[in-house]
Design a protein around this ligand. Structure first.
Ligand SMILES: CC(C)(COP(=O)(O)OP(=O)(O)OC[C@H]1O[C@@H](n2cnc3c(N)ncnc32)[C@H](O)[C@@H]1OP(=O)(O)O)[C@@H](O)C(=O)NCCC(=O)NCCS
Length: 160
């Protein structure tokens, strides 16, 4: 299957494909993606495709967009995969792509929030090495990408 899956950055013209993907999602999927139930508008789909304050990657199978993953400037990301294409490794592939993108962008960490019952997302986080924190109503996953540079000013002042 993996040779048929193409992961690529979204371009403006993809908005309709993104809109179609979102229209095919169940209420539950939308809730998991946005943390509340929300049906996106055409304008929202255009914003997702714009890459303006985030970067979006798409998973395509035979030209059909079956997954979308967006990484925001603060390192938070979220994703969704079409129900008919799940458990094939697409979600894992998308998150791996976002990790690489976050590293390239110089982000110090990448993170996600999900619900405690979201087993596939928790599996992805665990498998890829995210540090997971479990709370009553959410799970927080974080991966540090860079240790902050410690600037130790070793002043080599020569005493008089
Ligand atoms: C989370 C989501 C993106 C995962 O997509 P996916 O393409 O199925 O992910 P993968 O195929 O990489 O599967 C990840 C793991 O979950 C497992 N898995 C997939 N579906 C499963 C299910 N219904 N029950 C249990 N495990 C499942 C896979 O076997 C895999 O396990 P492994 O790593 O041990 O092999 C997808 O379920 C989804 O779109 N959910 C709704 C939106 C959402 O929850 N977004 C996340 C918000 S942060």
């Amino acid at each position: 299957m993996s040779e048929q899956i193409k992961i690529r950055k979204a371009v403006k013209e993809d908005w309709e494909k993104i809109y179609q993907l979102y229209n095919s999602l169940s209420d539950e999927d939308l809730y998991l993606r946005f943390f509340h139930l929300y049906r996106i508008t055409e304008e929202d789909a255009k914003r997702i495709a714009s890459n303006e304050d985030h970067v979006t990657f798409l998973a395509e199978v035979d030209g059909k967009v079956v997954g979308e993953a967006s990484l925001h400037k603060d390192g938070e990301f979220s994703l969704v995969v079409d129900r008919n294409y799940r458990a094939l490794g697409i979600g894992t592939l998308l998150v791996k792509t976002l990790i690489e993108e976050a590293k390239k962008s110089g982000l110090s960490a990448i993170k996600f929030y999900t619900l405690p019952e979201n087993i596939p997302m928790i599996k992805i986080g665990r498998k890829l090495g995210f540090r997971l924190r479990f709370y009553e109503d959410e799970v927080y996953g974080e991966m540090k990408l860079m240790e902050k540079e410690v600037n130790i000013n070793l002043a080599t002042s020569s005493s008089p």
